[in-house]
Ligand binder design. Structure first.
Ligand SMILES: C[S@@+](CC[C@H](N)C(=O)[O-])C[C@H]1O[C@@H](n2cnc3c(N)ncnc32)[C@H](O)[C@@H]1O
Length: 236
């Protein structure tokens, strides 16, 4: 999963991201990358053309799912994670800021039931507020710089319905010192923000890739359902 990217691709990504950050536009370089790839998936560093293995593992251990549950895939890239959820009966919405990425998903999966949408995580439609039973956030927060991190985390958590699940896959760092990205792995205090905005941690797994000095986590969060709590209190 963490295989080394070709040096020239890593250099190009760093250059695109640095230029975008200088203009205070942390998300604009993704569309430049997708367009420049001209349909060649080898030019998209995160594209593995298969669902993320940590998502697959979680899904395998939590089946079966009631059909028609609403799922949201954030920053869906080329769509493999969204398709995996759709195959399990979820009603999936998947969005990305890059119109080229969304068009690419539609081209790769012409018979898909997934609702692929161009949308900005930092300007989300109000109807998505607490509207999804399952929200999947994989490697997008780490791709955005620290000066928008609080806003991004609030946005990601805002999609989760009462009693709904957020599954987060991200690189993490062991210090609060700002890393040199991209990616910008999350710190402990940044992870704590998920719980400060109404989610509870259900399970956390840590994955180490020592040869690349990469530490990843998969964290399952659930939104507290205060209405259910009130019902229990009322019945007691
Ligand atoms: C590092 S890639 C990860 C893609 C996918 N989640 C995965 O794990 O393979 C980050 C993705 O987030 C998208 N993205 C970046 N900024 C975004 C934003 N503000 N709103 C929505 N998507 C965004 C990019 O276009 C890109 O597809």
């Amino acid at each position: 999963m963490f295989e080394q990217q070709p040096e020239d691709l890593r250099f190009y990504v760093k250059q695109l991201a640095t230029e975008a950050l200088q203009k205070s536009e942390p998300s604009t370089w993704f569309e430049v990358l997708y367009t420049g790839a001209k349909g060649d998936t080898a030019k998209i560093p995160w594209a593995k053309l298969t669902p993320h293995p940590y998502l697959q593992d979680w899904l395998k251990n939590h089946q079966p799912f009631a059909s028609g549950q609403k799922a949201l895939v954030i920053g869906c890239g080329l769509g493999d994670d969204a398709e995996a959820l759709a195959h399990l009966g979820f009603e999936v919405t998947a969005f990305d800021i890059s119109p080229t990425a969304i068009a690419w998903c539609q081209e790769r999966f012409p018979n898909s039931t997934v609702n692929y949408v161009v949308a900005d995580l930092l300007a989300i439609p109000s109807q998505w507020h607490q509207a999804f039973d399952f929200v999947f956030e994989c490697r997008n927060i780490q791709a955005l710089p620290l000066n928008v991190r609080s806003e991004v985390i609030s946005s990601v958590t805002s999609f989760v319905a009462p009693s709904g699940i957020l599954l987060l896959i991200t690189r993490v760092r062991d210090t609060e010192v700002e890393p040199s990205g991209p990616p910008w792995p999350l710190s402990d205090s940044e992870l704590a923000q998920f719980e400060n905005v109404g989610l509870q941690q259900v399970e956390k797994l840590v994955f180490l890739e020592s040869e690349l000095d990469v530490k990843q986590v998969r964290i399952e969060y659930q939104r507290h359902n205060y209405l259910t709590d009130l019902n229990y209190t009322a019945k007691a």
